[in-house]
Design a protein around this ligand. Structure first.
Ligand code: SAH
Length: 233
């Protein structure tokens, strides 16, 4: 996806990107290319692919949620997707990026510094640990390509404020919705919307799914990682 195609596809999402934002994304892409040689952060570094599969793909979350003036926590953000990109496109967002891998967190700190971004922080932690302490804090929790949906819900929902929204971004959702009713009942959430679409140009499938938090989460969630892995709710 070249620059013109990127701008045009964003317009279809009702996003008018300005020159400063575009410059920031180009710089982000350069830093990613440079640092990837040293730290192997992502499989995709060729500029047109980064713009399509990382930047544009991250922004497609606007199909399912409104992102003005909210606090957002991105679980397993990796090299910053979708959280860092959303911060650049929606400067008023307050963003927290979490990843368990230190080298990715160091990379994210470099990007924040070089792009002079404000109101964005990086947490090097496992989400299930972080969710034990930072409870009921965020309007939106996101995760792209991180873990099975059920695991993500158990980690992510405790971080949300009541009425907050959890959004998972996936390539496909397959069997992951089987047994999700139990999760809705126990975590006191309600499935809100599922949107299927295709990425432009290469036409690969994408799914966005959102849940609304109805009530405060019981302190027993999230369970320990071993239990989460072993047994569904
Ligand atoms: N969201 C990014 C990265 C996906 S790869 C993208 O779409 O490109 C998954 C990332 O999640 C990895 O960087 C890994 O370190 C992180 N991760 C997986 N499980 C995690 C957990 N329980 N806590 C924190 N980070 C986790």
């Amino acid at each position: 996806m070249n620059k013109e195609e990127f701008i045009e596809e964003l317009l279809k999402l009702n996003i008018e990107i300005n020159d400063i934002q575009l410059e920031k994304l180009e710089k982000y892409c350069e830093i990613l290319e440079r640092e990837n040689k040293l730290y192997n952060l992502t499989a995709i570094t060729e500029k047109e692919s980064v713009f399509l599969k990382h930047f544009y793909d991250s922004i497609t979350i606007v199909k399912i949620i409104d992102l003005n003036n909210e606090s957002l926590c991105d679980l397993g953000t990796g090299a910053g997707f979708p959280g860092m990109v959303l911060k650049i496109i929606f400067p008023n967002l307050k963003v927290t990026l979490i990843d368990a891998t230190l080298k990715k967190c160091n990379f994210l700190e470099k990007v924040i510094k070089e792009l002079k971004l404000e109101n964005i922080k990086v947490i090097n932690a496992r989400v299930e640990e972080y969710a034990k302490i930072e409870r009921e804090k965020y309007d939106i929790v996101t995760a792209r390509a991180v873990a099975p949906l059920k695991h993500l819900l158990e980690y992510g929902v405790p971080l949300l404020k009541v009425k907050g929204t959890f959004v998972a971004m996936k390539g496909n959702i397959g069997e992951e919705l089987n047994g999700i009713k139990n999760y809705e009942n126990k975590l006191k959430i309600k499935e809100d919307e599922i949107i299927n679409f295709k990425l432009p140009i290469e036409n690969s499938s994408r799914v966005l799914i959102s849940f609304i938090k109805l009530e405060k989460t019981d302190n027993k969630y999230p369970r320990k990682y071993n239990e989460i892995k072993k047994k569904s709710l």
